[in-house]
Design a protein around this ligand. Structure first.
Ligand code: SF4
Length: 243
């Protein structure tokens, strides 16, 4: 069994409640969504090769391997790095659910802890790898950002993911409306009010955030009416200038 990955690298997790952790990133190709703020556009479709980086956080020091990669190719590449955290990311990693179903138990048996970073839409694909995840980072996509209402599917996804440690991440843009964050908070509270919500202000190409602090304070306060743990965390890897 083989899968298309665009890169395998070790770096610092820049998002969510594990921000700052050192992780190995397995970046899978393909995504079922097209968010206007996507910063991994190079992974939205299948790439002919996968870049395997040789130094943590490096942007230039890599070797290219022809896609698709077998499970043993990925296990071998993962062993080159030092950390025991693996991020399954993309693109949308759950598009490769059959592959992950076989890869995940192998990595777990070798002592890796797995963070699944997902857009929170492929509910059925989550089922088989759920037990192998140490943490699930799921997005709620906002109608003002992507033009469609995915709240019902996000709700179903969260109901399933909630049997594992999970947090919800929302990319906040200048167009985000207060009712949207209120709806996100109400849905999460309906599942478990202790699930953390991370408000992630969208980044400009300069790495600065594109949302005013006053708006973030207000949205956080609104969400805290429903939830116990609401954090504002920008993408820190952009400040560090690492991948
Ligand atoms: S879900 Fe993630 S990878 Fe897919 S288009 Fe949106 S931001 Fe990009």
């Amino acid at each position: 069994m083989k899968a298309y990955l665009s890169e395998i690298t070790e770096s610092i997790q820049g998002e969510g409640t594990l921000a700052g952790s050192r992780q190995i990133f397995l970046r899978f190709c393909g995504c079922n969504l097209r968010c206007p703020y996507c910063d991994t556009v190079g992974s939205l479709s299948k790439t002919p090769s996968c870049k395997i980086f040789l130094k943590p956080g490096s942007k230039n020091d890599f070797r290219e391997y022809a896609n698709p990669l077998s499970i043993s190719d990925v296990v071998k590449a993962t062993a080159n790095f030092d950390t025991r955290w693996v991020s399954l990311t993309g693109g949308e990693p759950l598009l490769w659910a059959d592959y992950l179903k076989r890869l995940a138990p192998i990595l777990v048996s070798k002592g890796y802890r797995m963070l699944l970073e997902t857009n929170g839409t492929l509910v059925e694909n989550l089922v088989d790898i759920l037990e192998f995840t140490a943490v699930i980072s799921m997005d709620f996509k906002l109608p003002s950002a992507i033009g469609i209402d995915l709240f019902p599917v996000h709700k179903r996804f969260l109901e399933l993911a909630a049997c594992r440690p999970v947090y919800v991440k929302v990319v906040v843009t200048p167009s985000t409306e207060p009712w949207e964050i209120g709806e996100v908070a109400r849905i999460i509270a309906g599942v478990d009010a202790t699930i953390p919500l991370v408000l992630q202000p969208v980044s400009l190409v300069t790495s600065q955030v594109a949302v005013q602090a006053e708006k973030l304070f207000d949205l956080q306060l609104d969400a805290l009416k429903h939830l116990e743990d609401v954090r504002v965390i920008p993408q820190i890897h952009k400040y560090l200038r690492v991948t």
